[in-house]
Design a binder for this molecule. Structure first.
Ligand code: GLY
Length: 339
């Protein structure tokens, strides 16, 4: 079984990429492990959970809240889970976030790992150690940074992933290309969603490239003082939109990325907005939307990236080169209102 080990400040994580869930028992014994998944993943892959203890929660972002944490903790107590228990989150970003968060607070912290089952979780949510929950309309307002002991990939889970969740995940892949990887951007332009969905090799290689790209950014700046901020490209406005409108995360950040491109035109002289818009549309993601700008700006102001009167906004100098610029809230409000 191929293993890559990545060191972070306080821990290291073992990555088993292009692997399979059948390998899980070599990493963590079934008697000391509790799997956490959602009803959709469980229903589509029930057989794979045989022989394991599992907690199955309702699917959806609305369950990434404290009430679900309480319920999981109560179930862990009922199961007599102890300090030597390992939690394994098998699912999309909601499951990986919840699992990492519960594992970080249960008995002051137990071991955890992930088997991400959506494109978004494979390339983004499972990587980086940020685990947390939403509070009201504020996304990821409460949480920790703690790295998983392991991440195991099994592409077989993608067979049950609805097409809009493929699109949702491709928004993060396009984000990575925009901020760091011009060659990948060009490759995405060449390919199409149907080509990736048809070829296990093409999607497996793309996922590996993105997982490694994000991991290396996090390794260099785990606590988000500099380079890691680039990963928030499209997310400042995107998160605000996501909490106000019925949008998938990827759709919201796609719109956020296009706004950030337009803001970049004014602040960095960026000239490739059209290529970004075309690529998003090629992967069936929205580029623009009508929204109540004042309402969204009011939410955006509360973003964790805000300092007193300024905000660190991620912009592009060119495709493949993201930069962070500090903008005053007044300037940002004006640009957004005028766009
Ligand atoms: N868990 C996602 C991140 O750390 O960015």
């Amino acid at each position: 079984m191929k293993k890559l080990t990545y060191r972070f400040t306080h821990a290291s994580s073992d990555y088993y990429l292009l692997s399979g869930m059948s390998q899980l028992k070599k990493i963590t014994g079934p008697d000391d492990t509790v799997l956490i998944t959602d009803e959709d993943v469980y229903a589509a892959h029930t057989k794979r959970f045989k022989g394991w203890n599992a907690i199955v929660i309702k699917p959806g972002e609305e369950f990434k809240v404290q009430a679900t944490v309480d319920s999981i903790v109560e179930q862990l107590i009922d199961m007599e889970a102890g300090r030597n228990t390992t939690l394994v989150g098998i699912g999309g970003g909601v499951i990986t976030d919840l699992t990492g968060y519960v594992a970080s607070i249960y008995m002051r912290g137990i071991r955890f790992g992930f088997i991400p089952t959506s494109i978004l979780a494979l390339v983004d949510a499972s990587i980086g150690g940020k685990n947390g929950i939403d509070v009201g309309e504020y996304k990821n307002m409460v949480g920790v940074i703690r790295q998983p002991a392991f991440i195991l990939h099994d592409m077989a889970f993608l067979s049950s992933l609805p097409v809009e969740h493929w699109e949702n995940g491709f928004a993060e892949i396009i984000k990575h290309a925009c901020i760091k990887d011009a060659a990948m951007f060009a490759q995405l332009e060449e390919y199409s969603m149907s080509k990736y969905r048809r070829s296990a090799k093409a999607i497996g290689t793309l996922i590996e490239r993105n997982a490694v790209l994000k991991t290396k950014v996090v390794q260099r700046d785990e606590f988000e003082k500099g380079e890691r901020r680039l990963l928030n490209f499209g997310h400042t406005l995107g998160h605000a939109l996501e909490t106000q409108y019925e949008l998938l995360h990827g759709q919201a950040i796609a719109i956020g990325m296009v706004y950030a491109c337009h803001i970049s035109e004014q602040l960095t002289g960026f000239k490739q907005t059209e290529r970004v818009v075309n690529l998003l549309q090629q992967y069936n993601l929205p580029a623009y939307a009508q929204f109540d700008k004042q309402k969204v700006f009011n939410i955006l102001k509360m973003d964790k990236k805000r300092e007193r009167t300024t905000m660190n906004y991620v912009l592009l100098e060119k495709i493949g080169k993201g930069v962070v610029r500090s903008i005053t809230l007044t300037q940002l409000e004006k640009i957004i209102q005028d766009l």
